[in-house]
Design a binder for this molecule. Structure first.
Ligand SMILES: [Zn+2]
Length: 258
């Protein structure tokens, strides 16, 4: 049951038929893991806290640099040199003191990924490196969790929801079906080499937050089995269908047989 404070705080979304009191209760009961508190993580963390996701865990091992401030809008000039995960948790708690926020100042590794992923309903990939992305993609499939993937570099963004082993969506593409092999740094340069415009991460992160909120209410995402490509130079959004691959090393037949 929502109390009076909840009904006031969440009034503008509870009034909507898409949410209602039932949807808000689901949001308050949801557990979301946010991996990375950078350009994508900033809007994700802000919006999830504001919407009343009841349990948010933030993991990031990085400290704030001055070069982050063009896009990582959760941080201030005086935050340079301090741990992002802790600052992000404080900022989210300041927006919404009624939810539980945990943070870990560490990297996602093979050693901690199982405990972290299985303790949450939805995992949001806001990381900035291929090793973490593949680890998360494989783990989300293995532990039957929903993965909300986002990426942004230069003027381009990507977004997808992976539910390859989640009831009702089993057999849809996993992360590795769509991105079969880990690119090297030359093929897929990161923001530090290629650059990034802040609002592009804002768009992708905001869409990741939107899909997460819908999924936490039990709604379909609209991006399961799809990849959304954003080209910000021409303001072009294109949604393409993704297909599972039989030879996928994560979810394919060979994997199941072996
Ligand atoms: Zn696959």
């Amino acid at each position: 049951m929502l109390n009076d404070a909840d009904l006031e705080r969440y009034a503008r979304q509870v009034i909507m038929p898409h949410v209602g009191e039932d949807g808000q209760e689901k949001l308050l009961g949801a557990k979301v893991l946010v991996v990375g508190a950078g350009g994508l993580g900033a809007p994700v963390i802000f919006y999830l806290a504001a919407a009343g996701i009841g349990h948010i865990t933030i993991i990031d091992d990085d400290m704030v640099s001055r070069t982050d401030l063009n896009r990582q809008i959760i941080y201030r000039e005086e935050d340079v040199g301090r741990a992002k995960a802790q600052l992000a948790a404080q900022a989210a708690q300041a927006i919404n003191p009624d939810i539980q926020i945990s943070h870990f100042i560490t990297r996602l590794t093979k050693g901690n990924v199982e405990n972290l992923v299985t303790a949450h309903d939805v995992v949001v990939d806001c990381s900035d490196n291929a090793a973490t992305r593949y680890l998360l993609g494989d783990s989300a499939h293995q532990y039957e969790r929903t993965l909300v993937f986002g990426g942004a570099v230069r003027m381009e963004g990507q977004l997808a929801v992976f539910q390859s082993s989640v009831a009702g969506h089993a057999g849809t593409a996993c992360y590795r079906c769509v991105f079969p092999s880990m690119p090297d740094a030359k093929q897929a340069p990161g923001c530090s080499e290629a650059g990034i415009l802040g609002p592009v991460t804002g768009i992708v992160g905001s869409l990741q937050a939107l899909e997460t909120v819908k999924l936490c209410m039990g709604h379909d995402s609209g991006l399961t089995g799809s990849l959304l490509l954003i080209e910000a130079g021409q303001t072009d959004f294109m949604k393409i269908a993704t297909a599972p691959r039989n030879d996928c090393s994560c979810c394919g037949d060979q994997q199941a047989a072996g």
